[in-house]
Ligand binder design. Structure first.
Ligand SMILES: [Zn+2]
Length: 100
């Protein structure tokens, strides 16, 4: 289906984390419901690879259900991010990259 041999997917998508535009084929799909394999009636969101890499440093347990639980239709993106920050307890100063 989406495995067309001659035409690659040249559409552009926007990373939901940093807002960067990138080719869809270079983006990582992000399914907030945590089930990328069920593709029916779904719209995926996308992350660029660097944001996706950063995500992997975070504990993933319960993340999708958390996101689904705080999401609601009338929520603006900023409000959503606010709620998310509350829910994960962000704002502390323990957030240090452990790279290198
Ligand atoms: Zn990004």
């Amino acid at each position: 289906m989406w495995r067309s041999r001659k035409s690659r997917d040249r559409r552009t998508v926007v990373c939901i984390a940093c807002g960067e535009s990138l080719l869809r084929e270079d983006a990582r799909e992000y399914d907030k419901e945590g089930n990328r394999w069920d593709r029916r009636d779904k719209e995926f969101e996308f992350l660029c690879t660097s944001c996706d890499d950063e995500l992997c440093h975070q504990p993933r347990e319960g993340l999708e259900s958390l996101l689904v639980s705080i999401e609601s239709d009338e929520l603006s993106r900023a409000e959503f991010i606010d709620r998310y920050a509350d829910a994960v307890g962000a704002g502390g100063s323990t957030e240090r990259s452990e790279r290198d």
